[in-house]
Write a protein that binds this ligand. Structure first.
Ligand SMILES: Cc1cc2nc3c(=O)[nH]c(=O)nc-3n(C[C@H](O)[C@H](O)[C@H](O)COP(=O)(O)OP(=O)(O)OC[C@H]3O[C@@H](n4cnc5c(N)ncnc54)[C@H](O)[C@@H]3O)c2cc1C
Length: 460
């Protein structure tokens, strides 16, 4: 300790790093944090928050249309993309300032430059060339969009990073990828009026999610005019004037104003000095950690997207918090990575917690499935042709609800609450005994009485 400038040096001021730095400092540790881009990290600057703001913007189109069914006449509303981007940027700057002042108030020293690991207890700041000592180093460098194979013309595509700050709203956009980021951006651009195509190399979007959700969202997107091309990959991208031409592996071409690649994210570990130090890294370069976020070198820890756990903000925050309490607060605890609720902010949106049916089968054996698909009350007057889907998966032996999957308005809000009950081990009988709140969509979760049988089972 005598030689160390700091008790803790955090590399990366995103969700996990900021939380860890603040909590460690509150426990009395001398803490520094380095950030090479903007304080707040992916979630605040170019992830969850700006994304959700764009999602809100995209949903007004539905609201205006629905309003007519309720007697409103709004004329022809117009949309101004630069105005939205400017308003979003203002809010992001406000949040960045709050993150900065929270760090400062906790007494954390901020270095606004890139940092690399220079030894087990040493960090090098690359702009100033300064080297500082720290008893412990926390890698919280997050991830970045990965572009996949090096095909010709990759310089003409955008990723989610650029999508937030386009000069103009594209009239036609092709989104490459089938994960939640691709699906969300397709929903955003489509809602804002762009002719939108998803290209995905797999057979169905949202791999890993419950099959019913995947099918229901595919259907809803197609009804909304989003074209979904599956089992195709890009082989080349060309730019002619302002137009981009995407070449697919079956020889077909797609012309668009923008082509966005959202085919996955890679951990930010390149050039970080981890190899030289002998820190073990995993299949895609992520830092391998144990359950208390410790890496293979004793003084080095890692939290958030740079590890191969769950790439979600609340998870990164909690991992950072647990690390700081455990290492500097004398209060060791571990993060639970099960029953983590998550959402896809598509329109209609998805909220999900627990196992999808295919994994529930593997983990729990015999299941009871409850499903409801219905037209929301609002749609009766708006005339909108969209359904809500609710699905509960119950382990037959214990009666515990092990999966809750919702597609429709406010799905994410509903599922956040269901997650509390499920974490506490709620059974289907507990759900049934809970009084419904009427008239809501969510009441369906406590009133589903009939088990659902697949048509083949029912027929047999
Ligand atoms: C488009 C998009 C939408 C998302 N939506 C959601 C959502 O709705 N809900 C949700 O829970 N999650 C969402 N996520 C995921 C979420 O943003 C991440 O899980 C979360 O930000 C991870 O936090 P982190 O602290 O691990 O890393 P980050 O927040 O990525 O922070 C890492 C920071 O480290 C900095 N850095 C990297 N290397 C260095 C270095 N060598 N020196 C100094 N600084 C460095 C980076 O600039 C960055 O600021 C989304 C992500 C994206 C891309």
């Amino acid at each position: 300790m005598s030689e160390a400038d700091f008790d803790l040096f955090v590399i990366g001021a995103g969700s996990g790093g900021v939380r860890a730095a603040r909590i460690a400092a509150n426990h009395g540790a001398k803490v520094a944090i380095a950030e090479e881009h903007r304080i707040g990290g992916t979630c605040v600057i170019r992830g969850c928050v700006p994304k959700k703001l764009l999602v809100y913007a995209s949903r007004f189109a539905d609201d205006f249309e629905d309003a007519r069914g309720f007697g409103w006449d709004l004329g022809d509303p117009e949309f101004d993309w630069p105005a939205l981007v400017a308003a979003k940027d203002k809010e992001i700057s406000r949040l960045e300032a709050i993150y900065r002042s929270n760090l400062e108030r906790a007494g954390v020293v901020i270095f606004e430059e890139r940092a690399e690991v220079a030894g087990p207890t040493a960090v090098r700041l690359t702009d100033s060339g300064r080297q500082v000592g720290a008893r412990k180093i926390l890698i919280a460098t997050g991830g970045k969009p990965s572009l996949g194979e090096a095909i010709p013309g990759l310089e003409h595509v955008i990723t989610s990073n650029e999508a937030f700050n386009l000069k103009a709203l594209p009239e036609r956009i092709v989104v490459y990828g089938g994960g939640y980021i691709a699906v969300e951006f397709a929903g955003i651009f489509s809602g804002l009026g762009a002719e939108t195509t998803i290209v995905y190399r797999g057979g169905k979007i949202l791999r890993g999610f419950d099959e019913d959700l995947r099918d229901a969202l595919t259907e809803a997107y197609q009804k909304r005019g989003i074209r979904i091309i599956t089992r195709r990959t890009f082989t080349r991208v060309e730019k002619t004037g302002t137009e981009r031409i995407g070449h697919l592996d079956d020889g077909s071409k797609l012309a668009a104003d923008q082509i966005m690649f959202a085919i996955g994210r890679a951990p930010n570990t390149a050039g970080l000095g981890l190899e030289q130090l002998g820190v073990e890294r995993g299949w895609n370069g992520h830092v391998v950690v144990d359950e208390s976020s410790r890496a293979s070198v004793d003084t080095v820890f890692a939290v958030g997207d740079v590890t191969d756990r769950m790439q979600l903000t609340p998870v990164a925050i909690r991992e950072g918090h647990a690390f700081a309490d455990s290492e500097f607060g004398g209060k060791p605890w571990l993060v639970e990575h099960d029953m983590v609720p998550t959402a896809v902010f598509s329109t209609p949106e998805i909220g999900t917690v627990g196992w999808p049916e295919h994994l529930a089968k593997e983990h729990c054996g015999e299941l009871h499935i409850y499903k409801a698909s219905f037209r929301p009350l609002k749609a009766t007057l708006s005339g909108r042709d969209e359904k809500i889907l609710m699905k509960l998966i119950v382990a037959a032996e214990s009666d515990k609800v092990v999966g809750c999957h919702v597609l429709g308005e406010d799905a994410a809000e509903i599922v956040q609450m269901a997650a509390i009950a499920m974490r506490l081990g709620a059974t289907k009988a507990d759900f049934d005994q809970t009084m419904g709140l009427h008239p809501t969509a969510a009441e369906e979760l406590v009133t589903m009485r009939e088990k659902w049988f697949a048509p083949t089972e029912a027929a047999g």
